[in-house]
Design a protein around this ligand. Structure first.
Ligand code: ADP
Ligand code: GN1
Ligand code: MG
Length: 357
């Protein structure tokens, strides 16, 4: 069904002008020039099959975080997302089965980055995600819906890739043989985290699960992390998912879709800054096994994202938004280049981590 964004805004009592905003791969995001400004999002229901549950999670998580911020004397209007209710008092507006919308306060005087301009930004990102992890430490996990099942279970992602290979839905298989053989070779690492979770040496915690650099907003003047956003995937998971996924994106020398692979490597200075910030908030709570797996978590989360991009390419680009031909293939290639580079840098990564424990 067609919809009119002004009518949707009116459901939240907002009269405004609207423009597309941000670079997320999943939801449709709009900035509404109301006073004060707000963010409107159309939730991607192809990805999130149950938007009611997503919104209940987000509401409960942000209320929990709000109390922590208040206790610390911070500003909960800036340091957490604030869900704006509809005129019927709901957390989201359902236009029809295809179209669900939500609204947040716009976090003013903040910026987000698609690539690190200065490694210190990663220190601040690490601190922000580490703090977020701390705030959720006592959040009752049984209150959370699993918004995407097996989201970071890498062995399940390998199975999804294998299914995409068998199906070859978009007829692209023949063109990506080198990428497929790389992906299948490196499946040897896939269960390194999940095996330890099964044994209990890596505990289940409430985690963010999508710690991409552009999911943290930074203060435009101080450069410090202000607000962790994109809370759709806050679910029980491993701290290793948050650590590794952040580095996948943040410690790359280039953008996620760089076509020239000679520009892509894993930058240890960026790794160090993120580890320093993240561990300054979390080191005291981590188990021995979590600490031991920190370096490999970067490889695994990068590998996993690479095979998700590759599977989506084979499926005909049905999950991630694409903006050019072969977009998901370029993305998969950068991830695989990073995986190889990370694999050659484990010793240095362990030495860096030791410094911040
Ligand atoms: P997606 O799930 O598609 O990644 P996000 O929730 O991450 O969607 O939003 C996309 C982008 O919009 C973010 O990277 C950020 O730049 C911007 N954004 C989202 N929410 C806010 C907010 N409350 N205040 C300011 N900017 C925001
Ligand atoms: C998506 O929503 P966004 O752009 O922050 C994806 C992540 C991937 C990322 C790759 C719900 O994140 O898992 O790592 O793209 N989010 C979801 O850039 O699938
Ligand atoms: Mg996002």
């Amino acid at each position: 069904m067609e919809f009119n964004l002004k009518d949707i805004c009116a459901q939240f009592n907002i009269e405004t002008t609207i423009e597309g905003y941000g670079n997320g791969h999943i939801n449709d995001t709009y900035l509404c020039e109301a006073a004060p400004r707000v963010i409107l999002q159309r939730i991607n229901i192809n990805v999130f099959k149950n938007p009611e549950e997503v919104m209940e999670n987000i509401y409960n998580v942000t209320e929990h975080v709000r109390k922590k911020i208040e206790k610390e004397g911070g500003d909960p209007d800036r340091e957490t997302l604030n869900v704006i209710r509809t005129r019927d008092g709901k957390n989201y507006y359902k236009l029809d089965d295809e179209n669900y919308f939500r609204m947040y306060k716009f976090v003013e005087d903040s910026v987000s980055y698609e690539i690190v301009e200065n490694p210190i930004q990663l220190y601040h990102a690490g601190k922000a995600f580490g703090k977020f992890q701390n705030w959720l430490d006592d959040f009752p996990a049984d209150k959370l819906f699993e918004t995407i099942v097996d989201f970071h279970k890498t062995p399940e992602r390998v199975k999804q890739l294998e299914a995409a290979i068998s199906k070859n839905a978009a007829g692209r298989l023949a063109a990506v043989q080198p990428e497929i053989s790389f992906a299948l070779d490196y499946a040897k690492y896939a269960s390194k985290i999940t095996d330890e979770m099964e044994k209990g040496t890596v505990p289940l915690r409430v985690t963010h699960n999508d710690t991409k650099l552009n999911n943290v907003l930074f203060d435009k003047d101080t450069g410090k992390g202000v607000c962790v956003i994109d809370l759709d995937t806050v679910m029980p998971g491993s701290v290793l998912y948050d650590f590794g996924d952040a580095l996948r994106f943040g410690a790359s020398s280039g953008t996620e879709d760089e076509e020239d692979l000679s520009k892509i490597w894993f930058d240890l200075e960026k790794f160090e800054q993120f580890a320093k910030g993240f561990l300054s908030e979390t080191a005291s709570c981590l188990t021995e096994m979590e600490i031991q797996l920190l370096p490999i978590s970067a490889l695994l989360m990068t590998y996993e994202c690479g095979i998700r991009f590759l599977a989506d390419y084979l499926n005909g680009d049905t999950y991630f938004k694409v903006h050019k031909d072969n977009h998901n293939l370029y993305r998969a290639r950068t991830q695989f280049k990073l995986v190889q580079d990370i694999e050659s840098k484990f010793d240095e990564m362990h030495a860096i981590i030791k410094k911040y424990l």
